[in-house]
Design a protein around this ligand. Structure first.
Ligand SMILES: [Cu+2]
Length: 184
C-alpha cells in the first residue's frame, strides 16, 4: 500500500499514474500490429477508387437553388401523372433527365421509373445539406445546395423504394421520406 491509496483526488490534485513504466512486451506487440494494419488500410485507400463500385457515375455542375427549383418544377409539370399527399407523382420516359428536389423536409417528386431503363437522376437541395439514401438498396449520395449532381441510374429491381434523409437537417429530419416506384 502506498501513501496515496487513502488520499482523495480532485481536479486540483491529480492522481498518481504509472505512465513512466515501460509497456508490457505483449502489449507493445499488439500496438505495433494495430499500427501496421492501420498503415495497410491507409495505403490501400486509393485502390478503393478503382474497385468497389462506389464512385458517382455522372457529372456535377454548379447551379443555384432558384435555378434548380425552376428546372425541376418544369420537369414535374411535364411528366406529372398524379399526386400523393400533396407530393406530385412523375413518370418520365426512359432515357430522360430526372430531377429530384431535396429540401426541409421532403423529397419531391415521387418518381415512377421503368425497370432496366436508363435515367439521368439529378439531385440538389434548395436549402441545406441533405443525404439521399435509397432504402433498402443502401445507395447513398450527398445532396448539396448549389450543386447539381447527375447520376446515371438503371433500376434493376421492381417495387417501391423509400428515400431517407441521412444527413441531419433539423426538427423534421425523421419525416423526410420520399418514394421511388419501379415498374416492370
Ligand atoms: Cu434532410
Amino acid at each position: 500500500m502506498s501513501q496515496h491509496d487513502n488520499e482523495m483526488h480532485s481536479a486540483v490534485v491529480s492522481p498518481q499514474g504509472i505512465w513512466w513504466k515501460p509497456a508490457n512486451k505483449q502489449e507493445m506487440l499488439w500496438v505495433k500490429v494495430a499500427f501496421a494494419w492501420c498503415m495497410v488500410l491507409f495505403i490501400s485507400m486509393p485502390f478503393w477508387h478503382f474497385k468497389g463500385g462506389q464512385n458517382p457515375t455522372g457529372v456535377r455542375g454548379r447551379t443555384t437553388p432558384a435555378a434548380y427549383n425552376e428546372r425541376a418544377t418544369r420537369f414535374i409539370e411535364q411528366y406529372k401523372v398524379g399526386e400523393e399527399k400533396g407530393i406530385p407523382v412523375v413518370a418520365p420516359p426512359a432515357g430522360s433527365e430526372v430531377y429530384m428536389i431535396g429540401r426541409m423536409w421532403s423529397w419531391t417528386p415521387i418518381l415512377k421509373l421503368k425497370k432496366d431503363a436508363e435515367y439521368m437522376l439529378h439531385l440538389s437541395s434548395l436549402d441545406l445539406n441533405h443525404g439521399f439514401s435509397l432504402f433498402p438498396v443502401n445507395a447513398n449520395f450527398q445532396v448539396v445546395p448549389g450543386y447539381d449532381y447527375a447520376l446515371k441510374v438503371v433500376p434493376n429491381k421492381s417495387g417501391e423504394f423509400k428515400i431517407i434523409c441521412n444527413e441531419f437537417c433539423g426538427i423534421g429530419h425523421h419525416l423526410m421520406v420520399g418514394k421511388v416506384i419501379v415498374e416492370d
